[in-house]
Design a protein around this ligand. Structure first.
Ligand SMILES: Cc1ncc(C[n+]2csc(CCOP(=O)(O)OP(=O)(O)O)c2C)c(N)n1
Ligand SMILES: [Mg+2]
Length: 763
């Protein structure tokens, strides 16, 4: 047979490997036609050294063939523009064994070569047709049950397959987080949506196993296991020996993973159902019973190139390609099934043709159905918002008794206290939220006993104990992955990222993963969370760029994400109530950006004036989502638009300027940086003669750019508008920081210039 392939290839370099693979199967099954074996009943165990029954084998082979024909269909119909995705599962169909060995309620986060897994898992829930569901997904049909036509993802609500994005390895942290959440639920008395002894499954390729995100998840799982913390996650590495065009060094996966502390390693032959099935079952069962992180090394082969557009003969030796095709797991399955009397060759050939037709027919029918054809439809699940319900939820308070117990008596309730500064009020708001939401968790680096580096969560660990307020290992990707896992299991995570600067090295866990889940699952899955981050500049004590990072560009650019930034304590409390309500009601993901330099600010104009202390909002008082705060609403000479540190800074500058002029200056505190309340900005600006944006962020990408756009697009471009903004530079240590960050004096000068009709000096 090999020589036939060779001659075929020499005739045509571009020979279609999918056709060859397809023909191989029929040829092998036809060749098996001469074999006469008595037919076995489903319960028979045809193989002495395997627990696989004839029934297991029959269904697994069918699942494998469904997967194969979905691939073949995609190759054909892509050319006709009927489907839009050709990364296939061919050679990986052995992953159907993982689905068979696991339960339909074990949450799964899958590799893109999971056609076999999906077909097999579909058997676990009545009424699911994997061919039709996949056809809708391949066709990007609006009725695609996974993503509503937004992406070709392996995902299903009834099958507990949470949709994955194309970013390899990015799903491992949340798979681990889900495993930890399954265990955490019992500790906090939370009812899980799935059985208590579930495991979290995630699969990925051999090249992806090297990604730092994957390595971080392995390490975090091992870190948990090392301390005896249960973490029932099954890492399935589908090892086909190559990643696009780069070979994985021989034996790399086995050598690298077989002896890791805290990680149980299993190997299974994914090319042969008979040889592999018991090993796969052993891995799944061990993970479930031991509750320990388990690594299943599943041998696979990649057939038909990386994707439909990939001519692998251009970078891969022909012998390699041919050897892969000879190891096709479906050939092995056919031989096993026919020899065991599970199918006759004729039955298998007929099944093969039936499935071919079924896949083609389904795809052609799916192509007739409507696709997403309006922006409204595309965007619908991205950022759901139910204003009334959110307001009601934000106003809902825990019982007075529960609050009194947490705060240490009625007299200690925060609203009974004199005005306080930001740090205390965030702390008290968090106590209130932990009382209100028994499923809420606070976690991050140093947040427990120490209460975080700024002691914002101090005391919470004592009140709510370690199951609800706990330290994590030092890895922001893991922290945000854990948050997604807890949210997947119905909890309300409030993770802390120690500094805004360190969000950036884990940004994809929000950008690519958490914030995209509602979109790519057509709002069937939600992972609500409120991520607290300390950030922004002007710190007196702890200097330098990384503790004064003022870049909000990355979070502001994440579709659907909410970013709130309070400048004072009462606003922080209201905002946290609203953000948690948004999370609970609409599943939203948000960042609560805490200005470090204002944590302890007590005074506004003079030392001792207590001008930046605020009263804790009354129980039941909520802040409307996106509402701004206006200072000096009657003033009309000039409008300052700012947020965070810029608010008290501008108030001081305004007082200085007003002292020597008749101008009356209004100030608008944005409070919400994403989305911006463009209407409120424009309305206030309409009433004032000139506008100054005070943006502590950077010249390029700071929120001020978006405010400027809102003003111009709101028809206010004709008014004098200027910006006081940070420089495109990292923040230096010590007093030199003032050269980069805007200061009060800069605001005074800009205000005077604007009032005098001079163009303020640009940065
Ligand atoms: C973070 C990231 N980097 C790069 C890519 C582009 N990419 C897609 S698949 C792939 C190779 C993955 O190989 P492997 O993990 O072995 O899986 P296989 O395709 O072989 O099953 C690459 C580099 C990506 N999707 N995500
Ligand atoms: Mg690979």
């Amino acid at each position: 047979m090999l020589s036939d392939f060779r001659s075929l290839l020499s005739r045509n370099k571009q020979v279609n490997r999918a056709e060859i693979v397809d023909q191989n199967f029929s040829a092998v099954v036809r060749a098996l036609g001469a074999i006469e074996v008595p037919r076995l009943g489903d319960l028979a165990r045809p193989f002495a050294d395997s627990s696989l029954t004839a029934g297991d084998l029959r269904e697994l082979v069918e699942s494998q063939l469904i997967s194969r024909h979905l691939d073949l269909m995609a190759r054909v119909l892509r050319l006709q523009n009927k489907v839009f995705y050709t990364i296939g599962s061919s050679g990986h169909e052995g992953n159907a064994m993982v689905a068979r060995a696991a339960r339909g309620t074990d949450p799964a986060f899958l590799h893109y070569r999971s056609g076999g897994f999906m077909a097999e898992r579909s058997r676990k829930v009545a009424g699911i047709d994997p061919v039709w569901d996949s056809a809708l997904s391949f066709a990007a049909s609006a009725s695609d049950p996974a993503s509503g036509g937004r992406h070709k993802v392996w995902g299903s609500k009834p099958l507990w397959v949470l949709p994955q994005t194309s970013t390899i390895a990015s799903h491992l942290p949340k798979a681990l987080g889900t495993a930890l959440a399954i265990e955490q639920s019992a500790r906090i008395g939370h009812t899980l949506p799935i059985p208590r002894d579930s495991i979290a499954i995630c699969s990925f390729g051999d090249a992806s196993a090297n990604h730092s995100t994957a390595q971080g998840a392995f390490n975090a799982a091992q870190w948990a296991a090392h301390q005896g913390l249960p973490a029932p996650v099954l890492f399935v590495c589908e090892d086909n020996g190559i990643g696009i065009s780069v070979r994985t060094p021989s034996n790399w996966i086995a050598q690298s993973f077989s002896a890791r502390h805290g990680l149980n390693y299993f190997y299974a032959d994914g090319l042969d159902l008979v040889a592999g099935y018991d090993a796969v079952r052993a891995a799944v069962d061990a993970c479930r019973s031991s509750r320990r992180p388990t690594f299943l090394h599943l041998k696979t082969v990649r057939l038909m190139g990386h994707a439909g557009t990939d001519f692998e003969v251009e970078y891969r030796a022909l012998d390699d390609v041919l050897a892969g095709e000879a190891a096709d797991p479906l050939l092995v399955s056919a031989i096993r099934a026919v020899y065991a009397g599970v199918f006759s060759a004729d039955e298998l050939l007929a099944l093969n043709e039936r499935l071919r037709e079924r896949c083609m027919d389904a795809a052609n029918r799916a192509n007739e159905l409507p696709r997403l054809n309006s922006l409204e439809a595309v965007i619908a699940p991205l950022a759901p918002y139910s204003p009334e319900a959110v307001k009601r939820e934000a106003e809902r308070m825990p019982t007075a008794e529960a609050r009194a117990a947490a705060f240490g008596g009625d007299k200690s309730l925060p609203e009974a206290q004199p005005p306080k500064h930001l740090a205390i009020q965030i702390n008290q708001a968090l106590i209130d939220l932990l009382v209100k939401y028994p499923e809420a968790l606070i976690f991050g680096e140093d947040v427990a006993q120490k209460g975080g580096v700024y002691t914002i969560s101090k005391g919470l660990h004592k009140i709510f104990k370690g199951a609800r307020v706990f330290n994590t290992l030092l890895d922001e990707q893991t922290i945000l992955g854990m948050a997604q896992g807890y949210a997947n299991m119905g909890m309300l995570p409030i993770p802390e990222i120690q500094y805004l600067a360190y969000f950036h090295n884990a940004c994809d866990q929000i950008r690519g993963e958490a914030a995209s889940l509602q979109f790519f699952s057509n709002d069937q899955y939600r992972n609500p969370m409120v991520v607290r981050m300390a950030g922004l500049g002007y710190q007196k004590g702890f200097g330098g760029h990384f503790h004064n990072d003022n870049s909000m560009t990355a979070p502001r650019d994440i579709p659907g994400l909410v970013v709130g930034c309070p400048s004072r304590g009462d606003d922080a409390v209201g905002m946290l109530r609203t953000l948690t309500a948004l999370a609970r009601v609409d599943g939203r993901v948000s960042i609560f950006l805490e200005p470090i330099a204002l944590y302890m600010s007590k005074d506004l104009y003079e030392p001792g004036d207590g001008g930046w202390l605020t009263r804790y909002p009354e129980a039941g008082a909520a802040m409307d989502f996106l509402s701004v705060r206006i200072y000096h609403p009657e003033a009309r000479s000039l409008l300052v638009i700012s947020y965070g540190n810029g608010v008290p800074m501008s108030l001081k500058a305004i007082r200085t300027v007003e002292a020597t002029s008749s101008a009356k200056i209004r100030l608008l505190d944005l409070r919400w940086l994403q989305p911006l309340n463009r209407d409120a900005i424009v309305a206030a600006a309409r009433e004032c003669e000139r506008i100054l944006i005070v943006d502590e962020g950077r010249f390029s990408g700071g929120p001020g750019e978006a405010v400027m756009a809102a003003l111009v697009e709101g028809g206010l471009g004709g008014k004098p508008i200027a910006r006081v903004v940070g420089v495109d530079c990292y923040t230096p240590l010590g007093a030199a920081a003032g050269l980069v960050l805007p200061g009060e004096a800069d605001v005074v000068v800009a205000l005077k210039d604007l009032l005098a009709g001079r163009a303020p000096k640009a940065n």
